[in-house]
Design a protein around this ligand. Structure first.
Ligand code: NAD
Ligand code: UFG
Length: 352
């Protein structure tokens, strides 16, 4: 059992991972400024954690760029913080072209602030949310960790920069235990439908958009191009259930805490790719709802294929995905039906 700081703990992946870590018996401090989330997600995590878990999570409102807040968390406990699971960050590829300063400030400067305070308090264990987007247009499909890191958007550049910073830190002094987890496409929700992905405004990502079409909030899906060099002309992605992803964090943390100090960089994906049209069909099968769509031009910055080679994660962490595409569609749908407007305190701006 460890004492953990979870930055961005109220977000989509953070909330599911908090629950998985509570189930493993850890004590958590979840820090979030709620710029892209709701405090209600963590209230629901406490409920899901049950009588054994709900008292082991403390929620702190704050920004990772505010070192005073961080110092209070690290310095204010009877027991030291053993490790950090670092989710806090901005994550929309399109937005990162418009606001590169914000992306570098939150994702890179925010991580710097966190690492400086960690170092001051002697905490040298961190699990970092990286992304498959660091591969840019991958040279090889499926893509292994040895592939070139060549981001093609500002968001990806910030993730690659933090990976590099963490590598320099690991080289600079002994004792750092670091895991960079390159997620492929996280989707789905906790099977209870209590916590899930609650995008603010019009969803950028395929799964929340399709869910909102199915529930009637949006009229139709726009499929960004059907002329890609893929079997049915629509892009292929490696979708990973968020509960599998949460368990991947538990596995990475266990490895860091149990083994000698080291830097682990690994993909977290299934190794299985599905096209946009296959997702639409599976969602229709899982929900019994028709998903109207139209084909529109390609979206800037998309790639035809993104599929993980999951071999390293399996060998190194003993972790592999367990949930199927049907699970992902069904759980997204349960969450969407029970929470058509997310956590209910986020403003929706428009419908298409
Ligand atoms: P999310 O937006 O739901 O969660 C991020 C959380 O961080 C939010 O709760 C947000 O309020 C918080 N946050 C943002 N800036 C902060 C700051 N300055 N201080 C404190 N809290 C702050 O996103 P998510 O999908 O859960 O992603 C979590 C992490 O995983 C992010 O770093 C993201 O870049 C990375 N990632 C996500 C995906 C994906 O497709 N969802 C894929 C690869 C990597
Ligand atoms: N798509 C549509 N219509 C939509 C939304 C998406 O056709 O309304 C298509 C996209 O063109 C793409 C596929 O659905 O081909 C998946 O798109 P997403 O936006 O859901 O996901 P991406 O693969 O573009 O990117 C996601 C995250 C990134 C992350 C990356 C790898 O948004 O932050 O996965 O982890 F880096």
């Amino acid at each position: 059992m460890a004492q953990l700081l979870i930055t961005g703990g109220a977000g989509f992946i953070g909330s599911h991972t908090c629950l998985a870590l509570l189930k493993e018996g850890h004590n958590l401090f979840a820090l979030d400024n709620y710029c892209n989330s709701s405090p209600r997600s963590l209230e629901r995590v406490s409920v899901l954690a049950g009588i054994d878990g709900r008292d082991r999570i403390k929620v702190v409102k704050g920004d990772i760029r505010n070192k005073d807040v961080l110092r209070k968390v690290f310095g204010g406990q009877d027991q030291p913080i053993d490790a950090v699971v670092h989710f806090a960050g901005l994550k929309a590829v399109g937005e990162s072209f418009l606001y590169p300063l914000s992306y570098w400030d939150v994702n890179v400067n925010g991580t710097l602030c966190l690492l400086e305070v960690m170092k001051t308090y002697g905490c040298r264990t961190i699990v970092f949310s990286s992304s498959a987007t660091v591969y840019g247009f991958p040279q090889k499909i499926p893509t292994s960790e040895t592939s070139n890191v060549q981001p093609i958007n500002p968001y990806g550049s910030t993730k690659a920069a933090v990976e590099q910073l963490l590598a320099h830190l690991a080289d600079s002094e002994p004792g750092w235990r670091i895991a960079c987890l390159r997620y492929f496409n996280p989707v789905g929700a906790h099977p209870s439908g209590s916590i899930g992905e609650a995008p603010i405004g019009i969803p950028n990502n395929l799964f929340p958009f399709v869910s909102q079409v199915a529930v009637g909030i949006r009229k139709e899906l726009e499929i960004f191009g059907a002329d890609w060099p893929t079997p049915d002309g629509t892009p292929v992605r490696d979708y990973i259930h968020v509960m599998d992803l949460a368990e991947g964090h538990c596995a990475a943390l266990q490895a860091l805490l149990r083994e000698p100090p080291q830097l682990i960089t690994t993909n977290l994906g299934s190794g299985q790719g599905y096209s946009v049209l296959q997702i639409v069909k599976s969602f229709e099968e899982a929900t019994g709802r028709h998903i109207p769509y139209k084909i529109t031009p390609r979206r800037q910055g998309d790639a035809a294929f993104s599929i993980a080679d999951p071999t390293f994660a399996k060998n190194r962490l003993g972790w592999a995905t367990k949930r199927t595409l049907l699970d992902m569609c069904r759980d997204s749908w349960v969450w969407q039906q029970l929470n058509p407007f997310g956590y209910g305190d986020q403003k929706d701006d428009d419908s298409n």
